[in-house]
Design a protein around this ligand. Structure first.
Ligand SMILES: [Fe+2]
Length: 391
């Protein structure tokens, strides 16, 4: 077996790492970053945690702060226009998954001739070229985008969340500082935490898993499972924050070198059409999708349950598999994850959009990585099960 592995060239990880971001730039002789972030990072003053040490190092960065949740092709295009008005030599993605994904997409789009739309890069196309390097600094323990060769951008013409994959989306460097996540509110902590757990679990059961992605997933799952409830209940819990940030990063490395699967395939359309936050739509689907695939990769799912402490080491696969599904349901209860119905989605609109969502899920390719590969009818049934919270 030949495994293909990719990761950022430099990873600076630990409390206070953001204060050394200028050192990372200097390693690559980069001097003129365009910081890509969102308006909240600016208005809350959080972006100063990045800008201040840069200024202290004699660097005055340009800032593009117009990124939006579920980043769109329009915002990426606006970012490229802003970039072309500067003489920046790198992009510094700062924030949750949306600013980081926007920075990565800007680097890809800026490498293409003017007028090429973002959708030209969605899978199965490969996005291997970037106009300039990207350094990512996450402020949430969630997407792991700082570690991955993926970015997810919404096509505003079709409301499709497009998966874009390739080396063009892989950051040159990642600066991972859990202290940036301490002020993240409980709801976001829960949602981003379940996202990272989903990355590790899906990478671990994926048909594209390999011994190297397995290693990262095996490290990530116990960290996230052991600390997510604590960080949710107690935002200032530094031990939990550190573990979750490390877990989210390791989960990112894992799925970037394996893949995500059916949960993400079905979750992206829910986010695109109903604007459910990404981690939350994962959580709404995770127990039902896990139960759907359980028998197709039972030893893997059972090992995941044991790794997370949800099944004892000597428990057999059948019981451990059941414990995994029960554990995911319990986690959703403890993190107050609503059903799509309880979240406020109109049942008629959900039902009407299921065919489109199923089609977009299948087109993303992610369901084909699932241990049990679904057809459109099975995806339809899963969307219906998840809607009422019978997941
Ligand atoms: Fe995700």
């Amino acid at each position: 077996m030949i495994a293909s592995l990719a990761a950022p060239r430099v990873i600076l990880i630990g409390g206070g790492a953001v204060r050394r971001v200028a050192e990372v730039l200097a390693q690559f002789d980069l001097r003129r970053p365009l910081v890509v972030t969102d308006p909240w990072m600016v208005s809350s003053g959080t972006v100063e945690r990045l800008l201040e040490p840069l200024r202290a190092a004699g660097i005055t960065p340009a800032v593009f702060a117009d990124t939006v949740p579920d980043p769109t092709d329009a915002v990426v295009a606006a970012g490229v226009v802003a970039l072309r008005g500067t003489n920046c030599d790198c992009l510094l993605g700062f924030g949750g998954g949306s600013p980081m994904d926007t920075a990565k997409a800007m680097a890809i789009l800026a490498a293409a001739p003017a007028g090429v739309p973002m959708r030209d890069f969605k899978v199965p196309a490969r996005a291997d070229r970037a106009a300039l390097p990207v350094i990512c600094v996450p402020t949430t323990a969630g997407t792991g985008s700082e570690a991955t060769r993926f970015t997810v951008i919404t096509d505003t013409a079709t409301d499709e969340k497009m998966l874009i994959a390739g080396l063009g989306a892989l950051p040159l460097a990642a600066v991972v500082d859990h202290e940036l996540s301490w002020s993240v509110p409980a709801r976001t902590t829960a949602d981003t935490g379940v996202d990272s757990l989903t990355h590790a679990l899906e990478a671990f059961v994926s048909r594209r898993a390999n011994p190297f992605s397995d290693g990262y997933a095996r490290e990530a799952m116990p960290l996230i499972a052991a600390h997510l409830r604590d960080a949710y209940a107690e935002p200032g819990n530094a031990v939990a924050r550190e573990a979750l940030m490390r877990g989210a990063f390791l989960a990112g490395l894992s799925f970037s070198n394996s893949s995500v699967a059916l949960v993400h395939g079905m979750s992206r359309p829910v986010g695109a059409h109903f604007h459910v936050p990404h981690g939350l739509s994962n959580a709404m689907l995770l127990p039902a999708v896990t139960a759907f695939g359980l028998e197709a990769a039972l030893p893997r799912y059972a090992e995941a349950a044991r790794l997370m402490g949800w099944a004892a080491p000597d428990v057999g696969d059948e019981a451990a598999g059941r414990a995994l599904v029960d554990g995911l349901r319990a986690l959703n209860r403890d993190l107050a994850v609503p059903s799509p119905r309880a979240w406020g989605i109109d049942p008629g609109r959900w039902e009407a959009l299921i065919p489109v969502m199923a089609e977009q899920a299948l087109a993303s390719g992610s369901p084909a990585n699932n241990p049990r590969i679904p057809d459109a009818a099975e995806i339809t049934a899963l969307y219906r099960v998840a809607f009422a919270g019978n997941a």
